[in-house]
Design a protein around this ligand. Structure first.
Ligand code: 5GP
Length: 114
C-alpha cells in the first residue's frame, strides 16, 4: 500500500489539528471543511478503504465505528446530530487511500447530501 498524507499525519511528519486520540483511532480536523465541524477519523492500523473491512476482524471494525461515535460525542454533536460519510473508491470520490470517516456537523445538513 503506498504512503498517503494520513500515514504522514499518524507518523507526526505532517501536522494536523488533532481533536481526539486513543489506542485505536486518531481524529483531526479536515483541511478543507465542508461544515462548521468537519473531522476525519482514521484507524491507527491502516486499511486502504471501506471495502477492505470484509477482510478485517469484526472486533477491529466495531472498535473503529465505536471510535467514530466517541469522537462525535467528544465534539458535543450528539444533541443536534451529525452525519458520517465514508467515501469508497473512484466513484465514491475517495481521494486519500486510507480508510477515514468524515464527521460533519454544526449546521443543518441537506439531503441529498450537501
Ligand atoms: P476523501 O475525499 O478521500 O473522502 O476525503 C479526504 C479528505 O482529506 C478531504 O476532505 C480533504 O480535505 C482532506 N485532506 C486532504 N489532505 C489533508 C491534509 O493534509 N490534512 C487534513 N487535515 N486533511 C486533508
Amino acid at each position: 500500500m503506498s504512503e498517503t498524507i494520513f500515514d504522514k499525519i499518524i507518523a507526526g511528519e505532517i501536522s494536523a489539528q488533532v481533536v481526539y486520540e486513543d489506542d485505536r483511532v486518531l481524529a483531526f480536523r479536515d483541511i478543507n471543511p465542508q461544515a462548521p465541524v468537519h473531522v476525519l477519523v482514521i484507524p491507527k492500523k491502516k486499511v486502504g478503504r471501506f471495502a477492505e473491512l470484509t477482510q478485517c476482524e469484526t472486533g477491529f471494525v466495531g472498535e473503529f465505528f465505536q471510535g467514530v461515535a466517541r469522537v462525535a460525542a467528544e465534539l458535543k454533536l450528539n444533541s443536534n446530530g451529525y452525519r458520517i460519510v465514508i467515501n469508497n473508491g473512484r466513484d465514491g470520490q475517495q481521494t486519500v487511500e486510507y480508510l477515514h470517516a468524515h464527521i460533519l456537523g454544526g449546521r443543518g445538513l441537506t439531503w441529498p447530501p450537501g
